[in-house]
Design a protein around this ligand. Sequence first.
Ligand code: PLP
Length: 658
Amino acid sequence: MDTPWGIKDSAKLYNLKGWGQEYFKINNRGHLCFKSERKSRRSVDIKTVVDDITARGVQLPVLIRFQDIVRDRVVRLNESFLSAIKEHNYKGRYFGVYPIKVNQLREVVEEILDAGERFNIGLEAGSKSELMAVLAMNSPSSLTIVNGYKDAAMMRLACIGLKLGKKIIVVIEKPNELELLLKTAREFGVRPVIGLRCRLSSGGSGKWATSTGHGAKFGLTTPELVAAVKRLRQERLVDTVKLLHFHIGSQVNNIQSLKDAVREGARIYAKLRKMGVGLEYLDCGGGLGVDYEGTNKASDFSMNYTLDEYVRDVVYSIQEVCTQEEVPEPHIVTESGRSLTAHHAVLVVNVFENIAVGSVLDAQTKKSKENRVVEEMRDIISGLTVENLNESYHDGQQRLKEAETMFQLGFLDLEDKARAENLFWNLCREIHRLIPRAESIPQELRDLSKMLYDQYLVNFSVFLSMPDSWAIDHLFPIMPLHRLEEKPDRKASLVDITCDSDGRINHYCSDKKVSRALPLHALRGGAYYLGVFLMGAYQATMGDIHNLFGRVNEVHVFRDDQEPGGYYIEEVLRGQTVRDVLASIQYSEFELVKMIKHAIETQVKAGRLKRREGVDLQNMYEDMLHDYTYIDNELPPPPVGVHNEKEHKAKASSKKSA
Ligand SMILES: *Cc1c(COP(=O)(O)O)cnc(C)c1O
């Protein structure tokens, strides 16, 4: 029972296996490591990487991308399809297509294309600008799928792609898009390759399941499908219809919904084949989930199936319908984005303060002469037993109220008031400690634990770095990157450095349970790093600028056994500086500096500031425009006038060249 805490206990507490998909492990220094492949025994110590990049002058918060994990995800998905196809003796092939909206960063897209080259992985574009990027990157031997709202310009782009010899499939989602495509293709003198998106009646499941059913925004209804085929017959273009597409939403949490959708899609495919439409591909869209909770159940941030199960069900369901309908088995396309990208990115933040309730002042040591309320508060604590928890709590509340009233009337000094408050929180903590032994616990005391959580102040902005956490209370796994050989003995919720009340993370998952606080270690000076995991999908920073913090720094890490530490850093993308952020809202550096100069000049002329001090102030202001927008815990520059100008310049230039 009293075996000391070990790294295995931490792995279990933070449910590393559940959400980490074996990409992470804890080493015997108690540091969290990432593995480039699930099966690999080699790993990279994330704490070492963080120490390394901070030593290079990259400040936190930082988004670390483990590019190897993206590669492994691509390989895993493709190999899973290959083996299911072999196992079922399926006649068609598999073509993965990556929808770049999920993570548009060029390095990520390139990594996916590179790792997926031998599987002919393709790309999907859902907007004009995405299509522009995709046209440039996609190879002629893989598919390019065009979805989303399509105007004349988008159709022209698609035709340009066809002229360039790329395999572009324009998916028709609305009846009028067909006419637009036919007209544009005629103008360009190309034969289009057409996909039809059908609207299924079987819906998705989970938070993002909104795009099916009769009220859906996208997809052709059955009559529209039939009409489109007729229209293409008229034009003698029915042989250009190659693909049938559906998409039931992202993060489908229940495998049953997926199976139903695939069956329905396969049925429509079969019927169209029987009408003489030469469809070759069945595109099952996205939806393959990521288990953010790690609980393997059909809840919003989890899923009740595995990747392999999903793949087998897709292959088998299509096969079953095709056998029944006696039509050829189509090539299978899926558009998985989340499942490929989520695991590779971790946001690293540092905790720099604990806002614990009632811990600022030592209330244990008794003062020689204390006010009556303070003494009574002490008596309540010493008289506390499992039997009188509720009563003692009420007594404590009453004394606290009394202390407040006495203070307002001038009968209590500030120090005694502070003591009374602190003792009250001590009482609450004691009660909380005894609660597990009590027979029945009133609701009031149950709620007590919420008041007792520490608040850890973290150097980041939830709104900017975790937009989904902010907007839809998305749950992400969070855990310390080090000290994992130690038992985390505090429970804390995380708050950010912006001043709004939304700047906190509301839900955590530990011990396979979702709760309002996370077990963490007591702060003891020095850095305490936390990782927010599975941040690689749909978390691109918003274009908005909140509180003038900006985009966070990013680094790209690869495993390499030749390097000390077993990794190398390929790229550091600097986050925004104060200057960048201000410039994007029309404050130019030049103008700002000019205005400050003017203000300084005025003070100097009036004799309120020495010229020398004015120069220092100006330099300092200019330097700060080039600083990172997040909290910089480096020592502040010495006060005005104390340091000499040369030193100051040297520091500034070393900072720039770093
Ligand atoms: C967003 C989207 C996807 C990606 O879905 P995931 O669940 O992230 O894999 C695929 N297809 C279409 C049409 C989409 O809109």
